[in-house]
Design a protein around this ligand. Structure first.
Ligand code: ZN
Length: 415
């Protein structure tokens, strides 16, 4: 089997790997680089056949629904089959109409079942469901020509599905010839540091809500399902309801998992901000609205009891909350990657918060494994060689693991 990392050997984001056997090819992930200013085709790696006219490209396996792993699907032929988790596929389809810049809806192809091997041409693929901040995320074992490649995708051991990690390292696949393993945390943590767990995040949220005299504005991605669970659990412990918008309601429904918070749960309420009402009218999303309206509330309800509400906040809520006088005693909790804040994505929001004298506090943990968990993962798989991917510090791999072999973007190598 021949392998080429098109992008990701020295960076986080924009991942794309090609594997080839008997003249047949598969891509693994086709991500948008994190530093891309917009999602356009100039970011596509130089790969033949993305126009769908070369039958040697059998398809693309997407590990999970984060833009830095699937975003460039927007620019390829819809005739190329795409592998994905079925839940992830539904989430992306539910989210796309709400989002600007037409994020891609993946073409059909293969729907993964964890631990169930399937064949594509000369390749045998076994997906493994992993603990990550994206829902329905997978690692892959790829077998061809008598060789075994393992691709870790993005994973962690401190989320709400950490049991998946421990079960995996107890009984990992054996005889791995090469392991492509992510190392996102290596540029952020020393070997003995770790990220807080999602349950520690829940405790921090309980404290933050308790210290808030008014409404708690929690700013996170509705697609970070583990976080939504932490947020709601903290709401229940502090006598608050969780107020979501129609976008979040649609995402939560798309998980297809009745154990995940839903718009009709007793502690959840739907508030549709003005700009979303316009979107609903324009697109005639009346059935969707009706489906999620069992616990629908209006601004008066938020005005009456701000201390009993935590709102799953996005900047589109600003004018509603301001006009509705809902901000007395409010707190703002930033619960996503700090990089968005630092690079100015929310500069307007920053000004708005300052104007209303609301300070920012951060409650967040990473979707990526701490160095100690990475080490346990690699030692369990005991591969013949470890190849860095999805890391800004590939040079640190050799401090953690044996048999490290770095390969550059665009370089073909063989196992
Ligand atoms: Zn990810």
């Amino acid at each position: 089997m021949r392998i080429c990392i098109h992008r990701g050997s020295k960076q986080i984001g924009g991942s794309c790997v090609e594997v080839e056997d008997e003249g047949q090819r598969l891509l693994i992930d086709l991500g948008l680089p994190l530093d891309a200013e917009s999602n356009d085709s100039q970011h596509l790696p130089a790969i033949q056949a993305l126009d769908g006219n070369d039958p040697s490209l059998l398809g693309i396996l997407i590990s999970h629904p984060h833009l830095d792993h699937f975003g460039l699907l927007a620019h390829i032929s819809p005739n190329i089959p795409i592998g994905m988790g079925a839940d992830a596929r539904r989430i992306l389809s539910a989210a796309a109409p709400f989002l600007p810049n037409n994020p891609p809806i993946p073409s059909s192809g293969w729907d993964y079942q964890s631990n169930q091997t399937f064949g594509i041409g000369p390749f045998k693929i076994t997906p493994f469901l992993v603990d990550h901040s994206a829902y329905d995320a997978y690692a892959f074992l790829i077998e061809a020509g008598g060789k075994r490649l393992f691709y870790s995708g993005d994973f962690r051991a401190h989320g709400r599905k950490s049991a998946l990690f421990y079960r995996f390292i107890e009984k990992p696949p054996c005889n791995i010839d090469a392991l492509l393993v992510e190392g996102s945390s290596l540029s952020r943590l020393s070997s003995d540091q770790r990220f807080p767990s999602e349950s520690e995040i829940e405790d921090q949220l309980v404290q933050a809500y308790s210290a808030t005299d008014g409404m708690a504005l929690i700013h996170t991605s509705a697609q970070n399902i583990d976080r939504i669970v932490s947020i709601l659990r903290a709401c229940k412990k502090t006598g608050r309801r969780l107020v979501i918008d129609l976008y979040a309601a649609a995402i939560l429904e798309a998980t297809g998992n009745q154990n995940i918070p839903q718009s009709d749960w007793p502690d959840v309420a739907l508030y549709v901000p003005q700009s979303q009402r316009i979107q609903i009218k324009k697109n005639a999303w009346f059935d969707l609205l009706k489906k999620h309206s069992k616990n629908r509330i209006f601004i008066e309800s938020l005005q009456e009891s701000p201390k009993k509400s935590t709102i799953l906040f996005r900047p589109l809520h600003c004018s509603d909350l301001e006009k509705g006088n809902c901000l007395e005693g409010a707190s703002y909790i930033y619960s996503q990657w700090e990089g968005y804040w630092e690079r100015g994505t929310y500069d307007k929001l920053k000004d708005w918060l300052e104007y209303h004298n609301i300070s920012k506090q951060s409650v967040h943990t990473s979707g990526h494994a701490s160095p100690a968990d990475l080490k346990n993962f690699v030692e369990a798989l005991a591969p013949k060689k470890v190849v860095p991917i999805h890391s800004f510090m590939p040079e640190r791999y050799a401090d953690l693991y044996t048999n490290v072999e770095q390969h550059h973007d665009g370089e073909w190598w063989k196992i």
